[in-house]
Design a protein around this ligand. Structure first.
Ligand code: ZN
Length: 177
């Protein structure tokens, strides 16, 4: 079965930046699963998976633009130090903050006693991604998966969604029916 719209695809991956530093990878024996065509994964990767088959093993280079976007300087801002309470700060520290549209990860760029400069870009904004992919399964999505717009049945799914789309509360309410 080939990867196409409305298939649930499972694959193992390692992703590195252009310097060969590993940014993320699937644990051994635990593939990542997603619903193809539902924009669950970055577009540059989803496009490359189209038409691939089970046990295909290949590399994909995704430019930052088609991954987590280019770095937006407007998202670097200075806020009052008190916003972080007594939290010990250091350059490069990543913190989760809540705003009207959900949780965001911000990176501390610099700080003084009064102010903190934070970068609200996605930690991988501006980073080109180099994936090594091995497809382990392709199957038809269930009716429920199509209704929800995502794959079910793997622990990885929840981690991925928290990082990416913050749609967990929608998910909880729809599962109670
Ligand atoms: Zn669901």
């Amino acid at each position: 079965m080939l990867v196409s719209k409305n298939k649930v695809v499972s694959f193992f991956y390692t992703v590195k930046d252009d310097n060969g530093v590993i940014l993320d990878q699937t644990e051994s024996g635990k593939p990542f699963s997603y619903l193809h065509g539902a924009h669950q994964i970055i577009p540059g990767l989803e496009n490359e998976l189209e038409g691939k088959n089970v046990s295909d093993h290949f590399s994909v280079h995704v430019d930052a633009e088609n991954a987590y976007g280019l770095h937006d300087d407007n998202l670097v801002m200075t806020v009052d130090r008190s916003y972080f309470g007594t939290e010990p700060l250091e350059k490069g520290l990543q913190l989760q903050i809540q705003s009207q549209d959900g949780f965001h990860i911000v990176t501390v760029v610099d700080f003084t006693e009064k102010n903190v400069t934070i970068d609200a870009n996605h930690p991988l904004a501006g980073v080109n991604l180099n994936f090594d992919i091995e497809i382990s399964d392709v199957r038809d999505a269930t009716k429920e998966e199509l209704e929800h717009g995502h794959a079910h049945g793997h622990d990885m799914e929840e981690d991925y969604e928290e990082d990416d789309e913050d749609d967990e509360d929608i998910e909880f309410s729809s599962d109670e029916d």
